[in-house]
Design a protein around this ligand. Structure first.
Ligand code: ARG
Length: 456
């Protein structure tokens, strides 16, 4: 009745909309591993004979070898990776292949395969993030005492050290890694054996398959096992948060590389030229990291919205869980690699940073602090006096420490020559030795701790 609009008839549309093989073939290794664990258990529990279990195992290994050599064939009639593998297994070993699906369902099968895949993605993310941390602590160690302007509102605020700034990202990445580690711990339970939704009447050993697949234990509720995807969402939430950090770091490099800043020279290998403007060197990799974070957050949103409102247990909507997770995982891996290269290879133009730190009266707080400490003036009043000094320096077009003492004394007679020691950017950062402060000694301390944590 509605065929006029469509070239294909309804059954062809059904085949196409139903087929997940175009993307879930990425699960083939996990699918083979889970099937091998399952059949070994069926054999051990005498649900299939030892002989059949061996035949099925060998058959699965043969299928895996074919996939390895030629890729996974995409036949929409076979819907997904589970049916594709089982069908090929039957072609290779005959009807005994049909015993593999005893005491399981595609519902617990896909939940298991996907958890295994996401667990690997977590491990991959962790390795990449660790490499990024290594790059950060290495550069931070080199620049523990390199002075740059610190900003709030992107306005010069107080001098900081470049090492301190880089270590801020080390801390963010450390929390990202701990979010991935939390996600891994929670997801590491085996849904295999939950079967379609209610468990199975066969006397299976779920602990055995859990152990074989490296899970800490089986899950405890069969309905939950086949119907939740919070493990995938945990991954996406950690990935989204991490991508926000990467995006902010990318944004810093983009700003720093712009000509008015000129704080960095980006590695050629992670930049591109312009087809029309010969002078251009564009921070494309950083911009794409910033852009990819939007897509990763989109993947999280997509799966959250897929899952909301689904009744227990499995619904086919859940087949759509994989593309956003696959996409986010590969975008994240690329982004982490790009930022690692950028941190490791960028040339920091410390003389430009130092000069910029001199601008914008970055040590005004130090003048106010000095008035508090040396002249016992309440901070609010010191703030006011300093404001007057900044105004005068601004009128004259000089830095604070270039104002003659006589002029400072006109503003407040309690100021004396010792103040100049406090007004240099070096003195400013060196003074900030509070725990977690920007003083070079504090940065060196934190870098040393971080290197130990990283096993360097
Ligand atoms: N391809 C399916 C998925 O990814 C496998 C589970 C199918 N289960 C079912 N009852 N149709 O979700």
């Amino acid at each position: 009745m509605w065929g006029g609009r469509f070239e294909a008839g309804p059954s062809a549309i059904m085949r196409e909309i139903n087929a997940s093989i175009p993307f879930d073939k990425a699960l083939w290794r996990q699918d083979i591993a889970a099937s091998k664990a399952h059949v070994a258990m069926l054999g051990a529990c005498e649900i299939v004979s030892g002989e059949d279990a061996v035949a099925i195992t060998k058959g699965l290994e043969a299928v895996a070898a074919e996939y390895e050599a030629n890729g996974v064939p995409e036949d929409w009639d076979l819907e997904d990776i589970h049916m594709t593998t089982e069908s090929r297994l039957a072609e290779l070993i005959g009807p005994v292949a049909g015993r593999l699906h005893t005491a399981r369902s595609r519902n617990d099968q896909v939940a298991t395969d996907f958890r295994l895949w996401v667990r690997d993605a977590v491990d991959q993310a962790d390795r990449g993030l660790k490499a990024l941390q290594v790059a950060l602590v290495t550069r931070a160690g080199e620049h523990a005492a390199s002075i740059m302007p610190g900003f709030t509102h992107l306005q010069t605020a107080q001098p900081v050290t470049l090492g301190h700034h880089l270590m801020a990202y080390y801390e963010m990445i450390a929390r990202d890694r701990s979010r991935f580690a939390d996600a891994r711990r929670r997801m590491n339970r085996s849904p295999l054996g939950a079967a379609a939704l209610a468990g199975t009447g066969f006397a299976i050993d779920r602990h055995m398959t859990a152990q074989a697949l490296g899970f800490s234990a089986p899950t405890d509720n069969s309905l939950d096992s086949v119907s939740d995807r919070d493990f995938a969402l945990d991954f996406l939430m950690a990935a989204a948060q991490c991508s926000l950090h990467l995006s902010r770091l990318a944004e810093e490099f983009i700003i720093w590389a712009s000509q008015p800043f000129g704080f960095v020279t980006l590695p050629d290998a992670l930049s591109t030229g312009s087809s029309i403007m010969p002078q251009k060197k564009n921070p494309d990799a950083a911009e794409l990291v910033r852009g990819h974070s939007g897509r990763i957050v989109g993947c999280l949103t997509a799966l959250m919205i897929t899952m909301k409102g689904l009744p227990l247990a499995y619904s086919k909507d859940m087949q759509d869980d994989k593309p956003p997770v696959f996409e986010a995982a590969s975008l994240l891996a690329l982004s982490v690699a790009a930022m690692t290269g950028m941190v490791a290879e960028t040339r920091f133009r410390t003389e430009r940073m130092r000069a910029a730190a001199e601008l914008g009266f970055a040590t005004a707080t130090d003048l106010a602090d000095w008035l508090v400490r040396q002249a016992d003036i309440p901070f609010r009043e010191a703030h006011h006096i300093t404001g007057a000094a900044v105004k005068l320096a601004e009128q004259r077009g000089v830095a604070l420490d270039q104002l003659p003492l006589a002029d400072l004394k006109v503003i407040d007679s309690r100021i004396d020559e010792r103040v100049f020691k406090a007004l240099s950017v070096e003195a400013s950062v060196a003074a900030r030795k509070s725990h977690g402060g920007t003083a070079p000694d504090q940065v060196r301390l934190r870098v040393a701790q971080a290197r130990t944590t990283l096993g360097l």
